[in-house]
Design a protein around this ligand. Structure first.
Ligand code: SF4
Ligand code: SF4
Ligand code: FES
Length: 417
């Protein structure tokens, strides 16, 4: 436990809690829009900004992304905080004048007029909560951002795909702070027209359900079981079961293996989405390469640079390059921060069946274990912690051994446990 003060009140909070979590547990309200329990915080809307004093320094910080520390002093209602909050609300209202949650906050925090004007009026604050929920909790990856600057928006065709991967779970609608995203209705309509087909249970708890036998005509929100789940758990059932998180990751040494992806032996991952394949690199590579500062992707190669280190990787999947992730092109370090999610690199339309050529499931965990053992033998994991290759010579050896192998795909690994 750590001791801190919030609005001069002394309290204790669990280590690892964010300031927002500690304040909520202590009954102190901090306004927020882009945060939802059970989904990793991202700090997009800045409405939860508070004043934090630590080691004699005072700064404004987002409460949803800042962790509590011993002796921290938090002010949630100082004049500086309130003024900043009012400006944020003015900006949000200028963009989303019709959104009730923003109007309510504006009223509560004394915003009387809007001094800003935007041409782009919309009900979406671009907080990305729906994208994160769909990707991190459900694993469907049906939503994404498209466009840049004033044309940026939430899109089901963001990656050049159609929203077939949406299972209609409704989590995006549930967490959206503005009510903008309505995928559940759209998907239910689509499923109803596909007569006689089966759909994935929207919580992915009950497997495939035949539309013929559904007494609610695939309107899950009217289903008594659905209501029961929500009332008992106090939140959307998908957040209770966390289907994607539960099934998709395995810790091997200090690295994470994402089990819903296939790998090449040189640490590139691939994941099928509808008829396309998303490509990225794993955290083993990101960690040993260090902070990525330049990226290039072609139809068959990925080029990554970190300070003076370079690596050229074969893609492992042949096909037409549909899109390079614009977010990593503007912020290459996203590859390090989020190698399996926001730091994906490219989207391809594959020429051929690609999955059988890559490593997945038990083979993937066995392969990564062997890679970790080889790295340990090389002295790259003293005390289980990663030590970066200290010289160019050592880096060249690591690069050749792990990332630029001749056999780019593994067919030879026997099935793992
Ligand atoms: S309703 Fe569709 S888009 Fe929304 S979270 Fe569920 S799967 Fe993703
Ligand atoms: S649709 Fe809703 S959850 Fe998604 S980015 Fe916009 S405001 Fe956020
Ligand atoms: S809730 Fe913290 S930045 Fe949005």
């Amino acid at each position: 436990m750590v001791s801190l003060t919030i609005d001069r009140k002394k309290l204790k909070a669990a280590e690892g809690d964010t300031v927002l979590e500690a304040a909520t547990k202590a009954g102190v309200e901090i306004p927020h829009l882009c945060h939802h329990d059970g989904i990793d915080p991202y700090g997009a809307c800045r409405l939860c900004t508070v004043e934090i004093t630590q080691n004699g320094q005072t700064r404004l910080q987002a409460a949803c992304t800042c962790q509590v520390t011993e002796g921290m002093e938090v002010r949630t209602d100082s004049a500086r905080v309130v003024k900043g909050r009012q400006i944020i609300l003015e900006l949000l209202l200028a963009r989303c004048p019709d959104v009730k949650s923003i109007q309510n906050y504006a009223r509560q925090w004394g915003v009387r007029k809007i001094r800003f004007q935007t041409k782009q009026k919309d009900d979406c604050i671009l907080c990305g909560l729906c994208v994160r929920a769909c990707e991190e909790v459900i694993g469907a990856e049906a939503l994404g951002f498209s466009g840049r600057g004033v044309t940026r928006k939430i899109d089901t065709v963001a990656f050049g795909i159609h929203p077939e991967s949406c299972i209609g779970c409704g989590l995006c609608t549930y967490v959206c702070p503005t009510g903008k995203v309505q995928m559940e209705n759209k998907t239910a309509n689509r499923l109803r027209q596909a007569v006689g087909t089966e759909r994935t249970c929207r919580y992915m708890l009950m497997g495939l359900v035949s539309s013929k036998t559904c007494p609610e005509n695939i309107q899950c929100w009217q289903c008594p079981y659905d209501q029961f789940f929500e009332m008992t758990g106090g939140t959307h059932p998908a957040l209770l079961s966390q289907p994607a998180l539960a099934k998709t990751t395995l810790e091997i040494g200090p690295f994470t293996l994402s089990l819903d992806r296939s790998y090449t032996a040189n640490h590139v991952w691939a994941r099928g989405i509808a008829d396309l394949v998303k490509i990225g690199v794993d955290d083993f590579l990101c960690t040993l390469l260090g902070p990525v500062d330049n990226i290039n992707v072609t139809e068959d190669k990925i080029f990554l640079t970190s300070r003076k280190r370079k690596v050229t990787l074969s893609l492992g999947v042949k096909g037409e390059l549909i899109k390079i992730n614009p977010d990593v092109m503007s912020v290459p370090r996203l590859v390090n921060y989020s190698p399996y999610h926001r730091g994906w690199l490219a989207l391809l339309r594959p020429d051929e069946a690609w999955q059988s050529r890559l490593i997945s499931g038990g083979d993937a965990s066995q392969w990564l274990r062997e890679e970790v053992n080889r790295l340990t033998e090389l002295g790259g994991l003293p005390d289980g912690k990663v030590s970066l290759p200290s010289t160019q010579q050592k880096w060249s050896m690591v690069r050749r051994m792990f990332f630029e192998k001749k056999n780019k795909t593994i067919n030879t690994i026997p099935s793992g446990p």
